[in-house]
Design a protein around this ligand. Structure first.
Ligand SMILES: *Cc1c(COP(=O)(O)O)cnc(C)c1O
Length: 380
């Protein structure tokens, strides 16, 4: 294949990372669902890259090659979900290790990491990593992993990845960045000093709300932690299946276009909401008044993503009524799909400090005017 590193990420994505079907001449890759692959009369594999599909699959390799190229990484591993990818990183920790986790991030991560650390005797320190000083203090003791999410869900906090990398490395830790909300179109954490990037590929990477998938991308394919993650995925079998890998590759062909559109529309909606008297506050890194705006401008390119939250005046009931009146925004969890979604996070994460008046939007690729009309009517 041609030298991928020469090409712009938009080109790489559009061509599915060069994953054409050279055998048939098809401009898209084939789906090969075989779980096992033949050997010749001499018992040598017909294709040494393909033995058994827990270990090897064409579509998986194609997805991983593209993900690594888009993130500017040295290697990628795809998993059956984002949580499986996150868990794969934490499972490399020895008992007694110390980890620093950003507070107020995706609830599924917080919940699983807390349980895991308690079971494994791992010391867990939770800190508001958007506060670089607080993160620096949390990294004062020797640490194995620092895990951040930027922009964070549902607060849209922005973590300075360069500063987080310096703090992590000073403590002897690897920096892992959950970059799900940014996608490699908007932020490339490895270039800012992160060691590993994690994605829920279920979200923006696939973008069509029809594949559950996760990914890790490494800056250093020779690192011992990466080797442990790869060996564990291979041996323990948390691997993405060929149909999902194929769909993810198909979804990623339009990733740059979708992210650009979602970001432009989200910024427009955030601006309108921020000057609307029916709205108490808006959390979106693209707004100049946002606490993490300067960092977002410095480390995000081409937009600020499709995720935002806002607070309505009133109480839980007011927020639920606004959410209930929306027609275009579908009431469903998740984010990053072509269709806009709305969530009342406090219902999903009770007792986690999410305000009852918080409404979270995932802005899709619909017409911005139609989306605003829906919000305007729902706000009452
Ligand atoms: C959805 C999500 C995850 C978990 O990914 P799954 O694919 O649902 O397992 C992790 N982090 C963030 C920021 C997410 O939005």
């Amino acid at each position: 294949m041609r030298n991928l590193s020469r090409l712009h990420p938009d080109t790489l994505a559009a061509h599915g990372g060069g994953a054409v079907d050279t055998a048939s001449g098809g401009v898209v890759p084939p789906i090969q669902p075989a779980t096992t692959f033949r050997r010749g009369p001499d018992y040598a594999p017909l294709n040494p890259d393909n033995i058994y599909s827990r270990d090897d699959s064409e579509a998986l390799r194609a997805v991983e090659t593209l993900l690594a190229a888009l993130e500017g990484g040295a290697g990628a591993l795809a998993f059956p979900s984002g949580m499986a990818a996150t868990a794969a990183v934490f499972r490399t920790l020895p008992a007694g290790a110390r980890v620093v986790l950003q507070s107020g991030i995706y609830w599924g991560t917080t919940k699983w990491v807390r349980d895991f650390c308690a079971r494994r005797g791992v010391t867990l320190v939770e800190v508001d990593a958007a506060d670089a000083h607080a993160l620096g203090s949390a990294c004062a003791a020797p640490t194995a992993l620092v895990f951040v999410e930027t922009p964070s869900n549902p607060w849209l906090k922005t973590v300075d990845i360069r500063a987080a990398a310096a703090a992590a490395h000073g403590a002897g830790a690897l920096l892992v960045v959950d970059s799900t909300a940014a996608t490699p179109v908007l932020t490339r954490p490895l270039g800012l000093g992160a060691d590993l990037v994690m994605h829920s590929a279920t979200k923006g990477l696939n973008g069509h709300s029809d594949v559950l998938a996760g990914a890790l991308v490494t800056a250093d394919a020779g690192h011992e932690t990466w080797a442990r993650i790869a060996t564990d995925r291979h041996d323990a079998g948390a691997v993405l299946g060929p149909f999902e890998a194929w769909l993810l590759l198909r979804g990623m062909r339009t990733l740059p276009l979708r992210v650009a559109r979602m970001s432009a529309t989200a910024l427009e909606l955030a601006q309108r909401l921020s000057t609307d008297t029916r709205v108490a506050d808006v959390f979106y890194p693209g707004l100049p008044g946002h606490a993490g705006h300067d960092i977002a401008v410095a480390q995000m390119t081409g937009g600020f993503g499709g995720l935002m939250s806002f607070l309505v005046h009133g109480d839980r009931q007011t927020a639920l009524e606004v959410v209930g009146r929306l027609e275009l925004f579908q009431r469903a969890t998740s984010l990053g799909g072509v269709e806009s979604l709305v969530e009342h996070r406090a219902t999903i994460e009770p007792d986690s400090g999410i305000p009852e008046t918080l409404v979270r939007l995932s802005v899709g690729i619909e017409d911005a005017g139609d989306l605003w009309a829906d919000l305007d009517r729902a706000l009452g």
